[in-house]
Design a binder for this molecule. Structure first.
Ligand SMILES: [Ca+2]
Ligand SMILES: [Ca+2]
Length: 141
């Protein structure tokens, strides 16, 4: 606990079954591990989960990461196919932050100092079910 300074942002490192259960319960959707590193490629598609409460039926992918120490992180979420919209949640699915266009060119960015713990990211789009395509998600510090 708190000792793995070699990888303080492990996507899977140090995640307990209780953490995974809490995430599954909070989002009702698969939540994929991510850690600090190069951008990860993904896509929003018809068979992804639907955002639970923004009323527009837009699709959303979820990621998780765990911090073993307090640190500042930056989440960059970019798409050239649609207007990106980004969420940051705690491990219970409570929304901590959201962003539409802070990354420029309709892309999203959240910069935040976080305490030790498990967090989730939501990769969403601004508009409707037709707002689909490729994206990159990057976690940095
Ligand atoms: Ca997806
Ligand atoms: Ca946007």
């Amino acid at each position: 606990m708190g000792c793995d300074t070699s990888d303080p942002t492990g996507g899977g490192t140090g995640i307990t079954q209780a953490d995974l259960d809490a995430l599954a319960s909070a989002f009702g959707c698969s939540v994929v591990a991510i850690s600090v590193g190069p951008p990860r490629n993904g896509s929003l598609s018809d068979d992804d989960c639907t955002h639970p409460n923004d009323g527009d039926q837009s699709k959303i992918d979820y990621f998780r990461f765990r911090l073993s120490q307090n640190m500042s992180i930056v989440i960059d979420y970019e798409s050239s196919d649609y207007d990106a919209y980004l969420y940051l949640y705690d491990s219970n699915g409570q929304q901590l932050a959201s962003d539409d266009d802070s990354g420029g060119d309709l892309d999203s960015r959240i910069s935040r100092t976080l305490n030790t713990g498990v967090y989730a990211i939501g990769a969403n789009s601004v508009f409707t079910t037709t707002d689909l395509g490729s994206y990159t998600m990057r976690l940095s510090n």
